[in-house]
Ligand binder design. Structure first.
Ligand code: SAH
Length: 270
């Protein structure tokens, strides 16, 4: 029995928002496995439903293309209203650049719509009985860190280089603020077809204040086919082509290379 579900009474409709981890089944939390096993319908982006389909058979899988996140949430809620036990999935953790926040927002929006005179009677009551249950997953940052060694032993920040929803000027501001505060930085979305040079742009900005020798690392395809790890300097990172399935790590001033691993000291006396 899931602890969160324990608290949900029979008259409520449970809708799980599940982080499935970086890729491999064995990186999924027990609670995520429980929620997916219990569900009738699993909603997600096709790349992610494909990762789990073999392990959760006999379920109804509903997919929507990339960039149709709002439609995906509406679909999940409508399925739940029909009485199905629904799980909507995100890779990694659903609450970190995933679907969790949007699910809460879309549910509120659907409640507002159902107040309209033209809305189906009882719809609002049904929507009100939905309880969103967010189930934590291993996010790319700590999934990849384990491959690199121990890069996140001290304070760090996670910054997405995607400027689809955040203006680039704000991304620059955050990068410089973290560099100025000597924080480790994890970069998500370092590249895409349209943004192939964004990691270079970020490195150039950081090189204005950080030394080119700063220890960095990257992990491609964490816990998926073709996992690839590299430890390098900030100067070298600038020259490395990355794809959208890469997570990038920029160390703090104490981060060092031990053997072939990236290690940020916690500060213990040895
Ligand atoms: N919710 C996800 C993040 C989605 S944003 C999570 O918690 O992990 C998408 C970005 O996450 C990618 O561009 C990449 O930087 C990172 N990422 C997600 N899964 C990854 C994987 N298996 N390997 C490497 N990077 C990954």
């Amino acid at each position: 029995m899931s602890r969160t579900t324990d608290r949900i009474t029979a008259d409520r409709i449970r809708l799980s928002v599940v982080g499935i981890g970086p890729g491999d089944y064995d990186m999924m939390t027990g609670r995520a496995i429980w929620a997916l096993s219990e569900s009738d319908t699993i909603v997600g982006y096709q790349v992610y439903t494909a990762l789990i389909q073999d392990y959760f058979q006999g379920k109804e899988y509903l997919t929507t293309p990339m960039r149709q996140e709002t439609e995906r949430c509406r679909l999940a809620i409508n399925e739940a209203l029909e009485g199905k036990k629904v799980a909507i999935i995100s890779s990694g953790d659903a609450g970190i650049y995933g679907m969790a926040g949007l699910m809460y927002e879309v549910l509120e929006e659907m409640k507002r719509e159902s107040v309209q005179p033209t809305a189906v009677p009882d719809r609002l009551d049904k929507l009100k009985s939905i309880v969103i249950e967010v189930i934590a997953g291993v996010t790319a940052a700590n999934g990849g860190a384990a491959y690199l060694g121990a890069p996140l032993m001290h304070d760090f920040a996670v910054i997405s280089l995607s400027d689809l929803m955040t203006p680039w000027t704000m991304i620059e501001k955050r990068l410089l603020a973290c560099a100025g505060a000597d924080m480790g930085i994890v970069l998500y979305n370092p590249s895409s077809h349209k943004r192939h040079d964004y990691l270079q742009k970020a490195c150039d900005l950081l090189l204005q204040t950080l030394p080119a020798t700063r220890v960095c690392g990257l992990v491609e395809n964490i816990d998926r086919e073709g996992t690839n790890t590299k430890v390098c300097t900030l100067g070298e990172l600038r020259e490395i082509p990355v794809n959208m399935f890469t997570t990038v790590y920029i160390g703090n001033s104490n981060t060092k290379i031990i053997g072939d691993k990236m290690v940020t000291p916690r500060g213990y006396q040895i």
